[in-house]
Design a protein around this ligand. Structure first.
Ligand code: DAT
Length: 172
């Protein structure tokens, strides 16, 4: 089973994924936490590097192939990344955050003004949510506003979503 943890850079995907992994590994032993940027960079699963934006243009067929070869259908796979919703997930968690907080967090990362603006706009325009809905007819989608929530709260919400027979779309 593939769980996509998606959302605009800065929403908290990596922090939530790591904490979720620690919680789930206590319940099941076949849990994997895969950071998309890390594996794309390490295994050269990209077409080119966008130096201006300091990001990769991902080679999706290569990335999909890599995931097929390195996971099994028995694994509970956490896919951490802002394109994870494009990797055939069974369920998608879209993390959301007040765009002003995204601005603050990305400024701390010393991103360029252009990259910060692009990401703040992406959050305002619901880009990850819209892409998730458009590209996944079968998957369940759950949207979480992380603005006033602790990482622990967010993880508990996700686990509760995974454990219960929830409708196709939900938000909290
Ligand atoms: P992403 O992986 O989406 O780019 P991140 O996990 O690196 O985001 O988090 C960005 C920063 O925000 C990092 O310093 C940790 C902090 N953070 C993440 N989730 C948080 C939360 N729920 N409450 C407070 N801070 C959080």
């Amino acid at each position: 089973m593939r769980i996509a943890i998606t959302g605009t850079p800065g929403v908290g995907k990596t922090t939530v994924s790591k904490n979720l992994f620690e919680k789930l590994i206590n319940l099941e032993n076949n849990v994997k936490n895969i950071n998309i940027t890390e594996i794309v960079s390490k295994n050269q699963l990209y077409i080119e590097k966008d130096d201006e934006m300091n990001s990769y243009v991902i080679d999706f067929p290569k990335l999909n192939n890599f995931l097929e070869l390195n996971t099994t259908c028995e694994d509970l796979i956490i896919l951490d990344g802002h394109v994870s919703h494009l990797l055939n997930p069974d369920c998608i968690i879209v993390l959301r955050l007040n765009p002003e907080r995204i601005f603050d967090r990305l400024s701390l990362r010393n991103y360029s003004e252009k990259k910060i603006k692009e990401n703040v706009e992406a959050e305002i325009l619901d880009v990850c949510l819209v892409e998730s809905i458009e590209n996944n007819v079968e998957s369940k989608i759950f949207e979480i506003d992380c603005t006033e929530k602790s990482v622990l709260d967010i993880c508990n919400i996700i686990i509760s979503f995974l454990e219960h027979n929830t409708p196709k779309y939900g938000n909290v």
